[in-house]
Design a protein around this ligand. Structure first.
Ligand code: HXC
Length: 517
């Protein structure tokens, strides 16, 4: 039996080993690779670099391959609770310096346990992924561990926000944990995600591709749409993570963080009256509108480089956190296609799950025509938007700036999908289809018979446009609540949003709806 001071010393010795993780050589290699260690990442993430470490002394149980005698500090993953901007958050940070951050049974158990802390306490879960994948020596025990992580990610889904930072390899089935979470931030260069790597792809398909092109941050940000943010390095990834959290509540029972202002900041923005070109076929940048409507520098765009025909973003309006969905006329004319529908539908569901009001800006000529789109299932994917908006019970406010045709008009949160407030600019064209298409169907014979068919068609198009491609048919029927001058857009949305913050919409309980997946 030692003295108290001896016992404290013994604890300090153990803690020292724990803090040293894989040791100086491995840490140096990690730094040389441009990466931070698990603990360095936590120091940056948490307020004052301080955190409570949980399960630090948990040890692996593998006896095969001579591992019985080997110690692996923290079993390669630091699990901790700390504060970010004063709010408690659970984090699992894998450490590549210990066995390549590989996932054995106890490593996985620790991640699952910290996820349970998030689940029980209603606080966000962040994982920082930097791992060689399943710990090969542990065989099926490792698979069992991954299973428990996936199960916990699913339990947490919709209850607490889950954010994954990919700071190193995250390959094979391991990539499914981030995929089950809400947002993925990936570090350029060091972050890699793929289900099968270049060698297997070459063996099976004969096609060659390098690791970066296959599973690097840019590939996922632009092609697969698997990730939401790209960071230059670990430090930036952590900054993005903190910023993202600032828009989101701790759990589904809370409202997002909000610092009330004394009064609404209302402005008449004359510039907006000049934003749209006179010719409705000429595009404009929707981002300019968003920047002028929302609080200064408050926009955080999500999946910026994927399906750029739709913009999704967090923003603030008079300090209130909102989700923004907006067609981008500058890209594919702002049409809705498979990828943009998936992108927007998922974001709408996130906002709804976490009580974040949704502001929608509509300028879309319709769903994208094309054989690839039809065969790719645009019907199923487009339906996700209709489903997501209809199912969302958070405040929903829509502004129609220009084109709003057919099903795509509905899919951008029309009144009949439950929008609480719809405003249209005088330039809005709300109709069942575009003038050119409508005239071809309605006046086919008349055009054929006309002395000058081209001239006749032109006249009919003009006539149809003047009569139907306006906001007033819809306004007459109460499908838009107000036709407003563009310069009053911020004011209109501000008051609408304030009036909806106490919105209650109760629907019958059910296990879950069946969104077309
Ligand atoms: C055990 C591992 C390991 C793993 C790395 N290490 N991955 N140990 N199981 N999966 C160990 C290495 O042996 C080495 O130990 C140390 O970690 C650092 O690894 P290096 O190879 O030296 O690092 P580097 O050169 O940077 O290469 C990183 C790497 C490579 C590309 C990730 O380590 C690698 O290919 N690892 C194996 C990847 C893999 O096949 N994983 C299993 C996939 S199956 P020492 O002692 O030398 O320091 C899978 C199924 C999951 O994940 C299914 C879930 C549903």
């Amino acid at each position: 039996m030692g003295s108290v001071s001896e016992k404290i010393k013994q604890l300090q010795e153990k803690q020292k080993k724990l803090l040293a993780m894989g040791g100086p050589e491995k840490i140096e290699a990690q730094h040389k690779a441009g990466k931070l260690t698990a603990r360095e990442r936590l120091n940056l993430l948490f307020d004052n670099g301080f955190y409570d470490e949980l399960y630090g002394f948990v040890e692996h149980e593998c006896t095969k391959f001579g591992l019985a005698e080997k110690e692996f500090p923290a079993d390669g993953v630091v699990t901790a609770i700390g504060a970010i901007s004063g709010r408690p958050v659970c984090v699992a940070s894998q450490d590549f310096t210990v066995m390549g951050g590989s996932v054995g049974w106890k490593h996985a158990w620790k991640i699952s346990e910290i996820a349970q802390q998030a689940y029980k306490n209603g606080i966000p879960l962040i994982t920082i992924n930097d791992s060689g994948g399943a710990r090969i020596q542990e065989g099926v025990d490792s698979l069992r561990g991954y299973g428990t992580i996936f199960y916990n990610n699913t339990l947490l889904s919709g209850l607490v926000p889950q954010i994954a930072i990919i700071s190193g390899p995250c390959a094979g089935g391991a990539a499914y944990s981030p995929a089950l979470m809400d947002f993925i931030i990936m570090v350029k260069g060091s972050g890699k995600m793929f289900i099968t790597g270049p060698d297997v792809i070459k063996e099976v398909t004969g096609r060659e591709i390098d690791v970066e092109e296959l599973g690097g941050a840019i590939a996922h940000a632009t092609k697969s749409g698997n990730i939401h943010f790209v960071a230059e390095n670990d430090e930036e990834a952590i900054e993005i993570c903190k910023k993202l959290l600032s828009y989101i509540p701790n759990n589904n029972t809370e409202d997002p963080p909000y610092e009330p202002k004394e009064e609404l900041e209302l402005v008449e923005d004359e510039f907006l009256n000049t934003l749209l070109p006179d010719d409705p076929t000429i595009p404009y940048d929707m981002r300019i509108l968003l920047e002028r409507v929302f609080d200064k520098d408050s926009i955080l765009e999500v999946q910026k480089d994927f399906a750029q025909n739709i913009i999704i973003a967090f923003a603030r309006l008079n300090g209130r956190s909102v989700g923004v969905v907006a067609n981008q006329p500058n890209y594919l004319a702002g049409c809705l296609d498979i990828d943009s529908s998936d992108k927007a539908a998922r974001f709408i569901r996130f906002c709804n799950a976490f009580n974040i009001p949704i502001i929608t800006f509509t300028d879309t000529p319709g769903f994208m025509p094309g054989i690839e789109q039809e065969y790719g299932g645009i019907i199923r994917h487009g339906a996700k938007m209709l489903f997501a908006y209809s199912a969302a019970t958070v405040p929903k406010i829509t502004v129609i700036t220009r084109k709003a045709y057919g099903g795509a008009y509905l899919a951008m949160c029309a009144k009949s999908l439950g929008a609480d407030r719809v405003a249209a600019w005088p330039t809005a064209e709300i109709a069942v289809m575009g003038a050119e298409g409508a005239v071809s169907v309605l006046y086919k014979k008349e055009i054929q018979k006309a002395a000058d068919p081209t001239q006749k068609r032109k006249e009919l198009i003009e006539e149809y446009r003047n009569e139907f491609a306006t906001p007033y048919q819809a306004a007459k029927k109460g499908m838009v609540d107000a036709v407003i001058e563009p310069k009053f857009t911020r004011n209109y949305i501000s008051i609408a949003l304030e009036s909806c913050t106490t919105k209650r919409e109760l629907r019958p309980q059910k296990k879950h709806g069946l969104i077309p997946l």
